[in-house]
Design a protein around this ligand. Structure first.
Ligand SMILES: Nc1ncnc2c1ncn2[C@@H]1O[C@H](COP(=O)(O)OP(=O)(O)OP(=O)(O)O)[C@@H](O)[C@H]1O
Ligand SMILES: [Mg+2]
Length: 524
């Protein structure tokens, strides 16, 4: 364990870090801070929830010349919520140094951002689309940037973002420090990354598995139509403090959030078709425990750091292993424990094996709970609530009624009745969820994906390789998938686009009349 003074972190940053409760550096911080201070380019890879934000945030802030009004640091993140979160963490780290930090992202009034940019921020945290928008409007001058950070670097260099990143890079000096961070870094993507870095130091925190040890990982094999009832029962049995349920598409998320609400859970959905105000308010309610279950597309898969998330449910198995790693990494952060449960239909077992192959971790098969077990979970919750009420002891208004009752009935019967009345009987109101088509079977490579043998003969690698080769070389199996994947890819693309407030797909039509010549991206 190393403390921050041993890493020669400045006194003012150390002061901020101790205010944040950071006593010792995490391994990725220990591994990267010194290299970063030397000005080296870095590819930093470490498991989810292990402090990568501060690993780049500390050296970045330290390097800022507080008397220089120019933008000196640029951080690019894939989603608006993550850009906001990263800028908040940097604010905390830079509190005592007084570095000026501004976040710019789609869905927020651009006029307001332009005014804020006039206040000479020194670090910008933004999403690619909005950064490009400001570059084009000439409201963002990046010619003094000394440090460029790509958070969730593999995602940023993947097909959805790479063109935008390339365009942004054209506006940032070639003489700069480049820092790339992620929990996942597939080989082909790392190769793309190395092209625009100078002799990067690769700091990879060694671990047996790609996912953190303190996340217990399960899978539930079930038919598509059974999934929702099983999810309800699992929620009753697990009693999560906060849970995230990931669905594959926006429609899926809307339907699941609605269905969970009908069954009595405090659930809300988040995806890229919602207004930014709604997205922010849903996330705030979740952080404040006003919602227990957040239902989300992959828009919430990366980087978000919400304490109290004890369970992640993959209602739909993710399409690629990296997505799995990031989704389940929303729990088990900063040393806490968590559980991840992935639903898989029999046809999708091949995908499960690829995930296991990539993460080097087997998931445990979980038997769906019975209705009785779900009831026991609800009863346990009622007992917990009753105990809490007794401990809080705000009961004076009820004592005389209690004494009257005790004069007429056995104490044990009264308590039993109280528990019964507080138990929310598992609700089996019929719910209609539109069936998602299963992911296309992984034919040809691993014998339909079922066999363990198939796992090791390149299934995982091919899958990932195909993914990272961008949109151009998706031949064979992936091309064959295209049609079926179209719907959900569109969803993801849309999600991504709208995260940026528009996206290529939606083009100019949704942009409220501002004309754009053919551009690679949307305005916002
Ligand atoms: N040195 C430290 N001591 C204590 N807590 C820390 C330290 N560094 C970071 N943390 C806390 O750990 C949590 C996870 O950090 P962070 O979000 O940076 O993880 P990450 O590695 O970026 O994860 P992801 O891959 O999901 O983006 C945060 O709440 C952060 O404040
Ligand atoms: Mg992060």
């Amino acid at each position: 364990m190393t403390n921050f003074s041993e890493l020669n972190v400045s006194a003012s940053i150390q002061k901020s870090l101790s205010r944040m409760g950071f006593e010792e550096a995490t391994p990725i911080q220990e591994g990267t801070i010194s290299f970063a201070k030397e000005g080296r380019d870095i590819i930093g890879q470490a498991q989810t929830g292990t402090g990568k934000t501060a690993a780049f945030g500390i050296p970045l802030i330290e390097k800022i010349d507080i008397n220089n009004p120019a933008i000196q640091g640029l951080i690019i993140a894939p989603t608006r919520e993550l850009a906001i979160q990263v800028s908040e963490e940097l604010h905390k780290i830079g509190y005592d140094t007084r570095a000026r930090i501004l976040s710019v992202y789609g869905g927020q009034d651009i006029g307001r951002q332009i005014r804020a940019l006039k206040n000479k921020p020194q670090i910008i945290v933004g999403t690619p689309g909005r950064i490009l928008d400001h570059i084009n409007r000439r409201t963002l001058k990046l010619d003094n940037v000394q440090t460029l950070v790509l958070d969730e670097a593999d995602e940023m260099l993947n097909m959805g973002f790479i063109e935008d990143i390339n365009t942004i890079l054209e506006n940032v000096p070639a003489e700069r420090q480049t820092l790339l961070f992620s929990a996942t870094m597939p080989g082909p993507i790392r190769k793309i990354a190395e092209k625009f870095m100078k002799d990067p130091e690769v700091v990879k925190i060694k671990s047996k598995e790609m996912t953190v040890e303190n996340i217990e990982q399960f899978f539930v094999k079930s038919q598509e139509r059974e999934k929702f009832d099983i999810l309800s029962r699992l929620l009753n049995v697990h009693q999560p403090e906060l849970a995230i349920v990931f669905g594959r598409t926006k429609r899926r998320v809307d339907e699941l959030a609605h269905a969970l609400s009908i069954r009595g859970y405090l659930a809300e959905g988040i995806h890229g078709d919602l207004s930014q105000a709604k997205r922010i308010s849903v996330l705030r309610q979740f952080k404040e425990n006003k919602i227990d279950v957040l239902v989300a597309t992959d828009v919430a898969a990366r980087g978000l750091d919400i304490s109290g998330v004890t369970h992640v449910y993959n209602f739909d198995i993710p399409q690629d292993p990296e997505s799995y790693v990031h989704r389940i990494g929303r729990t088990g952060r900063a040393g806490k424990s968590g559980k991840a449960i992935t639903f898989v239909t029999p046809r999708e077992m091949g995908y499960l094996r690829i995930v296991e192959e990539t993460t080097k971790k087997r998931m445990t098969a979980l038997q769906p709970p019975t209705a009785d077990e779900a009831l026991v979970g609800q009863q346990a919750l009622a007992v917990e609530q009753l105990t809490e009420l007794v401990e809080k002891n705000h009961l004076s208004d009820y004592r005389s009624m209690a004494e009257d009752l005790l004069a007429k009935h056995e104490a044990v019967d009264l308590v039993a009745a109280a528990i019964k009345s507080m138990t929310k009987e598992p609700d089996d109101t019929p719910i209609k969820i539109t069936e998602e088509r299963p992911l296309p079977q992984r034919g040809g490579r691993s014998g339909g994906g079922g066999s363990r043998g198939g796992r090791s003969n390149g299934g995982g690698g091919g899958y990932r390789g195909g993914r990272s080769s961008g949109g151009n070389s998706r031949g064979g199996e992936r091309g064959g998938r295209g049609g079926e994947r179209g719907g959900s890819r569109g969803e993801r693309g849309g999600d991504r686009g709208r995260r940026e407030g528009g996206g290529r797909r939606e083009g100019g039509a949704s942009q409220g009349g501002r004309t754009r010549a053919p551009r690679k991206r949307s305005e916002d």
